[in-house]
Design a protein around this ligand. Sequence first.
Ligand SMILES: Nc1ncnc2c1ncn2[C@@H]1O[C@H](COP(=O)(O)OP(=O)(O)OP(=O)(O)O)[C@@H](O)[C@H]1O
Ligand SMILES: [Mg+2]
Length: 269
Amino acid sequence: MTLKITVMSTKGGVGKTTQTANLGGILADLGQRVLLVDVDVQPTLSSYFELEQQAEHGLSALITGPQLEDVISHTTIKNLDVIISDDPEGALQNWILHTPDGRVRLKHLLSKFDSEYDFVLIDTQGAVGPLQDAAVLAADMLLSPIPPEILSAREFTRGTLGMLERLQPMTYMGAPVGPLYGLIYRMDRTIDAQRIARELRRESAPSKGQIRILDTVIPSTVAYREAATSRTPVHRWEQRRSGPSASARETMLALVRELFPHLNDVELP
Ligand SMILES: Nc1ncnc2c1ncn2[C@@H]1O[C@H](COP(=O)(O)OP(=O)(O)OP(=O)(O)O)[C@@H](O)[C@H]1O
Ligand SMILES: [Mg+2]
């Protein structure tokens, strides 16, 4: 069975692309067949890893065509493929808005690749719109990085949860939404960050699993930026770390084990 995860937030710059790329990288190294899908006009995920072979088409052709041949590019990492963003003018938003089945097309088209992948990870742009809706509706679960600072925490409560509520009626159209996992992201050691992280956990508790703040926390460290510069998954970049804090390899592995307990026995090479 293919698990589809959309990494989303109604706020920009929270760590979506970095998280999508690194999660894809570690899942691929765990032997899972992974497809990344870049649903952002700015093709950051498309160029995150080096491509061994670039397909002629990308997301826009897939959705509007629908073009199913030659839309999958291969990265230099084994088991890791990507559907690149090919919509520099941002025409796809409007196209989806004005097409009757626009918002559910991505869901139906991606299911055509189900036999080829164990995981499909969808990166989105940090703004509400038809394209973000399409990405949310395509997913079995949602992952939302939340930097523990007050503006991001408020935007999570207001924007992200508001969007979930707005899309809830799609359940009756065969496109259920959620569950949503909040990932405290770029955590630092300040008392303020710790207080906000606690608050987020407390506020999500009454949702009974529809919204869960994960136990795993991604720290703010330079390793994530350096790994991005080197176009390397962060678990390969920082395998060990001196001092008490966990290495990126340990953190990313803990995240995978928490999100996907069925991979508990699979080891990294
Ligand atoms: N764990 C981390 N620690 C420190 N910096 C990080 C970490 N993860 C990502 N960053 C940096 O944070 C910035 C934003 O990350 P990223 O581009 O992944 O966010 P985004 O949500 O995809 O943004 P956008 O909404 O523009 O698509 C980048 O400069 C990235 O290198
Ligand atoms: Mg991004």
